[in-house]
Write a protein that binds this ligand. Structure first.
Ligand SMILES: *[C@@H]1O[C@H](CO)[C@@H](O)[C@H](O)[C@H]1NC(C)=O
Ligand SMILES: *[C@@H]1O[C@H](CO)[C@@H](O)[C@H](O)[C@H]1NC(C)=O
Ligand SMILES: *[C@@H]1O[C@H](CO)[C@@H](O)[C@H](O)[C@H]1NC(C)=O
Ligand SMILES: *[C@@H]1O[C@H](CO)[C@@H](O)[C@H](O)[C@H]1NC(C)=O
Ligand SMILES: *[C@@H]1O[C@H](CO)[C@@H](O)[C@H](O)[C@H]1NC(C)=O
Ligand SMILES: *[C@@H]1O[C@H](CO)[C@@H](O)[C@H](O)[C@H]1NC(C)=O
Length: 614
């Protein structure tokens, strides 16, 4: 049977060769590295509707490997099928595949799109993200049912439907965000898929993705523009994770003459990335100011590659821009960095994909040396949680550095609106703010207004906090305001559910106690500082009370807990809370350390979830 399946594959390959020969070579060699991988071959079979299992592909590739170098050159592939001809089949495949490159508008008549709206999606992005997922999750045993994704079709949008791959991608971007044990993997039903998607969406929120307009149903249906938007947010967070001064001390090497660390910290990851490219280009007297027009001719890339990973070769650079970009990408491939862009994306100046490519280069070959005796600013877990919360609400601009980015109060004022405190925008000075000549006074005016709203309209306790403190980025005082905003946001969710009384700590605690005892659980909490919370048992019991039988208590350690046991319970608890639909921002460490603020948000979110059920 082995031979039969190989010969079946081979006869399929005959068919394939014909339409392949009608297409551009890059169609076969999708990533353009000059070789055909089993992924690429697999994609071709899937495109003609004859998926072939991985082991058969490997056998087929072995057969094709004429010179036995473990690689299938395009020439070898062609050599085997040269003499075959069948124009009819070739034609039909060409029709099916040779879709117009570039932007396609989808929607309109599609019943999947809401109310006939048109959304443009980028085929380049779809292609790039599918290839990224194929390589990033290639070895993940839980993703084999959807991988490899055919980058040339709508496969990608179906592949996210059960939520597994999204959970894996989130965990890849921000390790340990999702507890593996909470993902439903086997015998999936509509309900367990929904749970996975809730887990993915609530976890995406917690790492700072804006998902307010995306629901599990959209992902289940694979709405292209929403899927691409979410994927890009998650991928970007992972790509940019180390392009941050607080995580990567070597970035201090990018400080310019007379610049302070605080000023450098205010740069967005995009700006830092440009700064990094220019840092290396300076040695050859070049400079770019964007990842679009300025990289089209690949020149900056050649110099950058030469600086970060010199290989001494002086190859002739082709005059044709596409060929030149391809030649550059082959060099990047040798560094393991051929990712996100095709030669065409370079030449067309696709800013998003080029930026992702450059971030890949940075992550693998930063070629930066950490300056000696440089002080270092570390971001606390709490600061990060607050920042992720703000970003997930879609504040603009995105908050990279909590103190620097709140200095003009624009983001704080947006947060007031999120907690339903009306902001009179006529009273607000809008950016851009002049660097000199009173620009700072305009920012302080905004800060004063932000404090005034807190005191007069929101009823916050802001004793001793002035606008100047926000402007100065005083950590303690800024966080005091931000915490009250987040707390109110959390409590509003309860009020939205029609709870008459003004929700407060006592109300939440008695609801927790009542719900726990009502479900026959023995745990209870006295306050949000209760030491028993450190085991996460009250949280897990509450989750199980809200959604009976959802918690697998065999995975939970109940007695004589070591620190590691506590952390394991906490990771499980946080992921479980998200899985049953609670949008929890807190981290497992907040439970282990019994951080009363974040503990309060966890119970409040669960209460919101529990009341929704009722
Ligand atoms: C190809 O490689 C395999 C495995 O290394 C070896 O067993 C086989 O003899 C080689 N065939 C040729 C034609 O070199
Ligand atoms: C999540 O990431 C952690 C750390 O990288 C890893 O140990 C764990 O297996 C991952 N889980 C999933 C669901 O991929
Ligand atoms: C990119 O920068 C160049 C100058 O360096 C400029 O001419 C071009 O318009 C910019 N393109 C975009 C899209 O910003
Ligand atoms: C922040 O404000 C508090 C209270 O006014 C003050 O004690 C502290 O020194 C300030 N911190 C900085 C860094 O200025
Ligand atoms: C919650 O339960 C504990 C233990 O039974 C009890 O001491 C505490 O007073 C209760 N708190 C509230 C607010 O119900
Ligand atoms: C916990 O520790 C106590 C005292 O060391 C011991 O008697 C008990 O059996 C332990 N329980 C578990 C579940 O290991």
């Amino acid at each position: 049977t082995l031979n039969r399946s190989v010969s079946r594959s081979l006869s399929l390959s005959k068919i394939l060769f014909h339409f392949i020969s009608c297409l551009d070579p890059p169609r076969v060699d999708a990533d353009g590295n000059g070789y055909i991988s089993s992924t690429e071959l697999g994609n071709l079979f899937r495109e003609v509707g004859c998926p072939v299992p991985g082991y058969q592909l490997r056998q087929l590739l072995q057969k094709l490997d004429l010179n036995n170098d473990s690689k299938i050159e395009l020439s070898e592939f062609e050599a085997l099928f040269k003499e075959l001809k069948d124009d009819r089949i070739a034609q039909s495949f060409r029709k099916a595949l040779n879709k117009k490159e570039g932007i396609v508008a989808i929607g309109g008549t599609s019943e999947l799109s809401s109310a006939g709206t048109q959304h443009s999606i980028s085929e380049q992005e779809r292609f790039a993200f599918a290839n990224y997922l194929n390589s990033a999750l290639e070895k993940d045993p839980d993703c084999q049912h959807v991988l490899p994704i055919n980058p040339n079709t709508e496969d990608l949008f179906k592949a996210v439907g059960d939520g597994i791959m999204l959970c894996k991608l989130i965990n890849l971007s921000v390790p340990d965000t999702i507890d593996e044990r909470t993902i439903n993997k086997k015998k999936l039903t509509p309900f367990t898929k929904q749970e996975n998607l809730n887990l993915a969406l609530n976890s995406a929120s917690a790492i700072g993705c804006q998902v307010v307009n995306i629901g599990a149903q959209d992902l289940k249906e694979g709405k292209p523009h929403l899927v691409l938007g979410l994927l890009w947010q998650i991928i970007k967070i992972g790509l940019f994770a180390d392009i941050e001064l607080s995580r990567n001390e070597a970035i201090a090497a990018l400080l310019e003459e007379g610049e302070s660390l605080e000023e450098l910290m205010k740069l967005s990851p995009e700006e830092l990335l440009l700064r990094w490219v220019n840092f290396h280009l300076k040695k050859v007297g070049m400079k770019i100011s964007n990842f679009s027009a300025d990289v089209k001719d690949s020149k900056a890339y050649f110099h950058l590659l030469e600086q970060i990973a010199p290989d001494g070769s002086k190859e002739d650079v082709p005059r044709d821009l596409v060929k030149r970009a391809e030649c550059m990408l082959q060099q990047a491939n040798r560094l393991g960095c051929r990712q996100f862009v095709t030669a065409a994306d370079v030449v067309s100046g696709n800013a998003k994909l080029n930026m992702a490519f450059v971030a890949t280069l940075f992550n693998k070959h930063p070629a930066l040396t950490k300056p000696e005796n440089q002080e270092w600013i570390v971001e606390s877990k709490e600061e990060r949680t607050f920042r992720n919360w703000m970003n997930s609400l879609g504040v603009s601009p995105n908050v990279h550095h909590i103190y620097g980015d709140l200095q003009n109060a624009i983001v704080i004022l947006q947060l007031y609106e999120k907690i339903k405190v009306p902001v009179d925008w006529d009273k607000v000075n809008r950016p851009p703010f002049k660097a000199t000549g009173g620009g700072h006074l305009k920012k302080i005016e905004n800060c004063n207004y932000a404090v005034q709203l807190g005191k007069q309209k929101a009823g916050f306790s802001l004793v001793g906090i002035g606008g100047q403190d926000l402007y100065d980025g005083n950590a303690t005082l800024t966080l005091a305001l931000v915490w009250q905003l987040m707390r109110r946001y959390t409590l509003n969710v309860l009020e939205d559910l029609g709870h008459g009384e003004v929700a407060g700590d006592d109300l939440i605690i008695s609801w927790v106690n009542k719900t726990l005892s009502g479900a026959g659980k023995t745990s209870s909490i006295k306050t949000f500082k209760d030491k028993t919370i450190s085991s996460s048992l009250p949280v897990l019991d509450l989750i199980d009370a809200i959604q009976p039988q959802s918690v697998n208590f065999e995975l939970v350690k109940k007695e004589n807990l070591s620190d590691e046991d506590k952390l394991n319970n906490a990771k499980y608890a946080i992921s479980m809370a998200r899985k049953i639909g609670a949008k929890v921002y807190a981290l497992p460490e907040d439970l282990v350390e019994v951080n009363p603020k974040m503990v309060m948000t966890i119970f409040a979110c669960l209460m919101g979830r529990g009341m929704k059920k009722a």
